[in-house]
Ligand binder design. Structure first.
Ligand code: GDP
Ligand code: GDP
Length: 455
């Protein structure tokens, strides 16, 4: 099955059925041949390992509903990534990254008879950095004589290795008990569950564009709470601001209010602050001084927000200073220098007069909605099928690469994985992105597309 893939969307769709509520997701990762599929089949029972047909695509299922001790969960088998032409190390790493992204807990399978390899160690690093619960499965411990092989895997630093024989069933019950302990009752935010607390906004922009003025304008006297958790009471890091009837968390406002008068390295510290604020935020409001020519630093900050994968709103400030002529040149500058973020909602504001402050919240909300959009796999593939039929990739060296299948691997921001029969040129990828936006919206959000080539 060359097109088999790791379909988080299918996981997601399954969850909404029958009012059971979303199920927590368990991913099984590990190198090829360590016994992942054997383990998955052991857990779900072979009878459920059906092959599913989708329009135009036949592939093996990769996610199953499973239960143990009266609890239900989704089991995701990442085995489909193995034939990736990226090579084994890279594909195992990609597998682990996906699992980390998607799963609420991970079973990491190691072949105890082989011991920990460099690839295993690399996966451990990824898993540890992500902080998701991990259960270490020391597989192929078929009898008591190989228990020592499992013990050796303490060296991975993932806690107790659970000796298992996926083939014969030995030890799987004990391991599943440990899994249930690690697995939360409900899935995490990655699956679109309601996000707790106020939405996090980063207000960014180069010095003097009007960030602190805007902050004062929106906070006014209405600043209700000061969030002192991350800083001290006197130097709050974030501020809760009431806007449009909702509370928003403006992150890292201390960095805005504390005017650092450094000549040397000021740009560097400003970039650090921007990067840190973006890291904590869901949506970036990039402030630009509309009265001046767009600076390279403006476009750099926009790129930082896009690269950080945040929803983006662009606010052109100091609108009160604009005359007809400047307005004309501004539009030309935007067309020339900001084409790559044409999808970002735009507001023309004045922090001084308060002009169009009421447009800020709807723009932020639209951007967040785009950021969280999920396209069901069926719709996506119907769309891709039509796109490929109407606009095939140009023939290169006698071959014509085709998109075989696609899935949306995640949201916040939307991430797509396309499986293709050959390398897709940058121009064609951009075309696909453009068409995706035309079809599904995605206002205010970057979208990420990765292509996996199948021979
Ligand atoms: P995957 O590539 O990680 O999915 O590995 P598979 O599940 O396809 O297993 C790879 C090989 O290891 C197969 O030949 C399995 O029969 C074998 N295998 C899997 N689990 C065990 C086990 O617990 N004991 C033994 N002896 N062999 C196993
Ligand atoms: P920051 O460095 O981005 O925080 O920028 P400030 O908020 O300190 O603003 C820099 C300067 O621009 C100050 O002199 C502000 O009074 C002025 N300013 C900010 N917003 C506006 C605006 O909308 N219109 C006008 N005319 N001036 C503004």
């Amino acid at each position: 099955a060359a097109e088999e893939g790791f379909d988080l969307d299918e996981v997601n769709e399954g969850l909404d059925e029958a009012g059971h509520g979303p199920l927590p997701v368990l991913a099984v990762v590990g190198r090829p041949n360590v016994g992942k599929s054997t383990l998955v089949n052991r857990i779900i029972g072979r009878r459920e390992a059906v092959v599913e047909d989708r329009p135009g695509v036949t592939r093996d299922r990769v996610s199953y509903e499973a239960h143990w001790s009266g609890r239900r969960f989704k089991l995701v088998d990442t085995g489909g990534w193995e034939q990736d032409v990226l090579g084994i190390d890279a594909s195992v790493a990609a597998q682990a990254e996906f699992a980390i992204e998607a799963a609420d807990a991970v079973v990491f399978v190691v072949d105890a008879t082989v011991g920990a390899t460099d690839t295993d160690e690399a996966v451990v690093k990824l898993l540890r950095r992500a902080g998701k619960p991990v259960v270490l499965c020391a597989n192929k411990v078929d009898g008591p004589s190989s228990e020592a092989d499992a013990t050796a895997l303490w060296s991975l630093g993932l806690g107790e290795p659970h000796p298992v024989s996926a083939l014969h069933g030995r030890g799987t019950g004990d391991m599943l008990d440990a899994v249930l302990e690690a697995l939360p009752e409900a899935p995490a935010q990655t699956f679109g569950a309601t996000v707790g607390g106020p939405r996090r906004v980063a207000l960014v922009g180069r010095p003097n564009v009007g960030k602190s003025s805007l902050l004062n304008q929106v906070a006014g006297e209405e600043r209700v709470v000061v969030d002192a958790t991350a800083g001290t009471t006197r130097d709050p890091v974030d501020e809760m601001i009431e806007l449009g009837g909702k509370t928003w968390k403006f992150v890292d406002t201390a960095g805005i209010r504390r005017r650092v008068h450094l000549t040397e390295g000021a740009d560097f510290y400003a970039s650090l602050r921007t990067a840190a604020a973006l890291e904590k935020a869901e949506v970036a409001v990039v402030l630009i001084d509309a009265s001046e020519s767009l600076a390279e630093q403006d476009t750099r900050i926009i790129s930082m927000a896009v690269e950080a994968g945040r929803a983006v709103v662009i606010a052109y400030n100091k609108w009160d200073l604009l005359d007809e002529e400047r307005r004309y040149y501004l539009e030309r500058e935007i067309e020339k220098d900001l084409v790559q973020v044409k999808w970002a909602p735009r507001v023309n504001v004045s922090a001084r007069t308060g002009r169009h402050m009421d447009k800020l919240v709807p723009a932020i909300e639209n951007a967040l909605a785009g950021w969280e959009t999920r396209v069901p796999t069926g719709r996506l593939n119907a769309f891709l099928g039509e796109l490929v039929a109407a606009n095939p990739h140009p023939i290169r060296g006698g071959k014509q690469p085709r998109i075989l299948f696609g899935t949306q691997a995640g949201t916040r921001p939307p991430r797509f994985v396309l499986f293709a029969s050959g390398f897709l040129e940058a121009g064609y990828r951009r075309f696909v992105e453009r068409r995706l936006r035309e079809e599904f919206g995605f206002e205010g959000t970057p979208i990420q597309i990765s292509v996996r080539v199948r021979e």
